[in-house]
Design a protein around this ligand. Structure first.
Ligand code: NAD
Length: 366
């Protein structure tokens, strides 16, 4: 059996039963003498989010570090190598990325590509035995999400989706209010997420690449409505609008969507590429609470109807998210935001698109 096939075999039948067979360390193995103090992360796609947020955050993390890169832009390689001390053997392009399978310095592959490429690269990473972090939205449809979850399960690797707000402390405070009914039953949520986007000729304006405001920013409002209520919506009514029909020919500029929850709570949600929006407001039977901003990279803050100020500031959201995800891998515990969570949002986005296209209320099946 070749080294690669032996690795794959061991991953698929389970590590613990076959541990004596395994020679050398395996990226999926973090127990006993093989335990690593910090996981090596490879960023796939060195665009805006990797360059401006994730790579700097990986200089602050305690449980992981920036070990490698995968890029289709050769001119970026020397810049990244010099800035972050990445050795030659940890630099890949999209054609030779499969060689990472035998590179034990890389434990986690973080997929930070246009949305339409998430499925392909998550599955590639899982099949190499790497743990996978994937940016939001998880993928373009439910079937893609299921393929990604299945690939990670079959390879015994953990999959986490980049919903950084769920790791953020003020957000966690209000999740607790909902769970404990601190202000009574939730009746209404108003949540708005957007920014004025003036780029043209980019993947975010292409339908085939998973562009549009709903996939990019609407998932913050959708995810918030779900984490605030702790419930899954049973129906949605949605519509799209645009102020710039010459630019928004394929994807949504504005999407309005109302979610109905089993408890009777309603979420009125708005997302936009044409307006700055950043609000999460919750009305309950005995008061309420709000965060504004609720999805920025820093400065999340808010208040409650009885005068509490929600303003716990952490040094870096992405560092916290990646440290917590690394710990889950090293301790073999569940990740906070697994693939199943990404799938739930994507299913609802599909229902939102269906409602907007038909003008009908769409019931979301279980
Ligand atoms: P970006 O356009 O700045 O970067 C995308 C990268 O993918 C570029 O380096 C590009 O060269 C590369 N790429 C590879 N194949 C490509 C192809 N066929 N077409 C276009 N680009 C290709 O995008 P971004 O803002 O970095 O977003 C990437 C992912 O990160 C998206 O899924 C986005 O939703 C997510 N994101 C998440 C957050 C967050 O706060 N969690 C913030 C920004 C972006």
């Amino acid at each position: 059996m070749s080294a690669i096939n032996r690795r794959k075999f061991i991953r698929q039948v389970g590590l613990t039963t076959l541990l004596p067979l395994a020679s050398g360390s395996l990226s999926g193995c973090f127990s006993g003498q093989n335990q690593k103090k910090r996981l090596g992360v490879a960023l796939v796609g060195l665009g805006y989010y990797s360059s401006d947020l994730l790579a700097p955050a990986l200089q602050l993390t305690e449980n992981c570090y920036l070990a490698g890169i995968v890029t289709g832009s050769p001119e970026k390689v020397p810049v990244w190598q010099e800035k972050y001390g990445i050795p030659d053997e940890n630099v890949y392009n999209y054609d030779n990325m499969h060689e990472m399978e035998t590179n034990d310095a890389i434990d986690v592959v973080y997929v930070v590509l246009p949305n339409s490429l998430h499925r392909e690269y998550v599955i590639k990473a899982a099949n190499m035995g790497k743990h996978v972090w994937c940016e939001k939205p998880m993928a373009l449809n439910e079937a893609e999400c299921r393929d990604m979850i299945d690939a990670c399960r079959q390879n015994n690797v953990k999959l986490s989706i980049g919903y950084r707000m769920q790791h953020e402390p003020n957000t966690q405070t209000i999740i607790g209010y909902g769970r404990d009914k601190t202000y009574g039953d939730i009746q209404r949520i108003v949540t708005e997420a957007g920014f004025y986007y003036n780029a043209t000729d980019v993947w975010r304006l292409k339908k085939s690449m998973g562009g549009g405001a709903m996939f990019d920013m609407g998932v913050y409002s959708l995810n918030a409505a779900r984490y605030v209520t702790g419930e899954e919506p049973i129906a949605v009514t949605a519509r799209h609008e645009t102020n710039r029909p010459d630019i928004y020919t394929e994807v949504d500029e504005f999407t309005y969507f109302d979610l109905e929850f089993p408890s009777g709570a309603i979420a009125n949600c708005k997302t936009s590429f044409g307006e700055d929006l950043n609000l999460l407001d919750v009305t309950c039977t005995n008061g309420g609470y709000q965060l504004s901003p609720f999805q920025s990279y820093n400065g999340i803050k808010g208040s409650t109807s009885d005068g509490k100020i929600l303003d716990i500031q952490i040094p870096n959201q992405q560092a916290r998210q990646m440290d917590e995800n690394s710990l889950a891998i090293m301790e073999d515990k569940p990740v906070l935001v697994p693939g199943e969570e990404g799938l739930k949002d994507v299913r609802i986005v599909e229902a939102i698109f269906k409602s907007a296209a038909t003008g009908e209320r769409v019931v979301i099946g279980s």
